[in-house]
Design a protein around this ligand. Structure first.
Ligand code: C2E
Ligand code: MG
Ligand code: MG
Ligand code: MG
Length: 281
C-alpha cells in the first residue's frame, strides 16, 4: 500500500514495486467496472442474542468476485474504493441491495429483524449520503428501524459537530446506528457521550484473547459496562469460541457475532440459517 511507504524520502526501484503498482492500477480499473459487470455481492453474517441465540439481525459484508483474481477481500478493495471515490457508487449499491434482500427474504416468509450496512468515513461525510439513505428507504419501503448503519470512530476525526448533525438526521429517519470496531479508533469518551448511537460493537481484537489475556478481558468488560451505563446495546464481534461467548455473556454482552455462530454467508445459505434459527422469545 502506497501510504505505508510514505515516510521514505527516496525510492529504490525494484521490479516488485512496478508489479505492485501495475496491479494496483489494474485493480482500480477493474473496480470501476465491477458494479456494471455485476461482480459485487453481499454476504450476511448473523447477529444473535447472547442468551437465547435467536436471530436479531445480520451484517451485510461486501464481496468482490473478480473474474481473474477470484474473491478479493474488502480489506483490500474498500480502501481503494475510498481513495478513488468509487465508494460512493458502491456504497449506494450496498445500501439498496441490503434493503431489497431483506424484503426478498420477507417474501419467502423469513423474518430478519434488521440488516446492518457498513458506512465508510468518505461515504458518511459526502453530502449525498443522508439523501441517499432517505431515498433507499422510500424506494424500498422497508421500515427504517430495520436498517442499521455501522459507522466507525473515524467519522469523528473530521468536523465532529457536523458528524453529530448527520447522525441526528439519520436518527430522525428512524434508522439505528452502531459504532463499529469500538476501542480501536481515536474517539474520546466525550464524543461517545454526544453521539446519538444505539449500539457499540466491541472490536474483535479485544474479543480474540478475552479468555487468555487479563488486559483484553478487562477492556472488553469495561466496554460492556460503559455501553450498559450509557444505554447502548453491545455487540461482540469476532466471537469464535464457547469460552469467549461464556465470558462475554457473564459480563452482560447482549449480542454475539462471529464464526462461533456463523461465518458470513451468501444469500441462499443465509436464508437457510434464518430458517433454522431458534424463534425469538
Ligand atoms: P467489519 O465491519 O468490522 O466487519 C467484520 C469483519 O470481521 C468481517 O470481515 C467479518 O467477516 C470478520 N469476522 C466476523 N466474525 C469473525 C470471527 O469470528 N473471526 C474473524 N477472524 N473474523 C470475523 P470482512 O468481511 O473481510 O470485512 C472487513 C471489513 O471491510 C469490515 O469490517 C468493514 O470495515 C469493511 N466492509 C465490508 N463490507 C463493507 C461495505 O459494504 N461497505 C464498507 N464501507 N465497508 C465494508
Ligand atoms: Mg461492520
Ligand atoms: Mg467491526
Ligand atoms: Mg473491523
Amino acid at each position: 500500500h502506497a501510504k505505508q511507504g510514505g515516510e521514505r524520502r527516496y525510492c529504490v526501484f525494484e521490479p516488485s514495486m512496478t508489479e505492485h503498482l501495475n496491479n494496483q492500477l489494474g485493480i482500480e480499473t477493474d473496480l470501476r467496472l465491477a458494479l456494471a459487470r455485476d461482480e459485487l455481492e453481499l454476504h450476511y453474517q448473523p447477529k444473535v442474542s447472547s442468551g437465547t441465540l435467536s436471530l436479531l439481525g445480520a451484517e451485510a459484508l461486501l464481496r468482490w468476485r473478480h473474474p481473474v483474481h477470484g474473491m478479493i477481500s474488502p480489506a483490500r478493495f474498500i480502501p481503494l474504493a475510498e481513495e478513488t471515490g468509487l465508494i460512493l457508487a458502491i456504497g449506494r449499491w450496498v445500501l439498496r441491495k441490503a434493503c431489497t434482500d431483506l424484503l426478498a427474504w420477507r417474501e419467502l416468509g423469513l423474518d430478519l429483524p434488521s440488516v446492518s450496512v457498513n458506512v465508510s468515513a468518505r461515504q458518511f461525510s459526502d453530502s449525498t449520503f443522508v439523501p441517499t439513505v432517505r431515498q433507499v428507504l422510500e424506494q424500498t419501503g422497508i421500515e427504517p428501524h430495520r436498517l442499521d448503519l455501522e459507522i466507525t470512530e473515524s467519522v469523528m476525526t473530521g468536523d465532529v459537530e457536523r458528524a453529530v448533525q448527520i447522525l441526528l438526521q439519520l436518527k430522525d429517519m428512524g434508522v439505528t446506528l452502531s459504532m463499529d470496531d469500538f476501542g480501536t479508533g481515536y474517539s474520546s469518551l466525550n464524543y461517545i457521550k454526544t453521539f446519538p448511537i444505539d449500539t457499540l460493537k466491541i472490536d474483535q481484537t479485544f474479543v480474540r484473547d478475552v479468555t487468555g489475556s487479563p488486559k483484553d478481558a478487562a477492556i472488553a468488560a469495561t466496554i460492556i459496562t460503559l455501553a450498559m451505563n450509557l444505554n447502548f446495546s453491545v455487540v461482540a464481534e469476532g466471537v469464535e469460541t464457547a469460552e469467549q461467548a461464556d465470558f462475554l455473556r457473564s459480563r452482560g454482552c447482549d449480542v454475539f457475532q462471529g464464526y462461533w455462530i456463523s461465518r458470513p454467508l451468501p444469500g441462499e445459505a443465509f436464508a437457510d440459517f434464518v430458517r433454522k434459527s431458534p424463534p425469538r422469545a
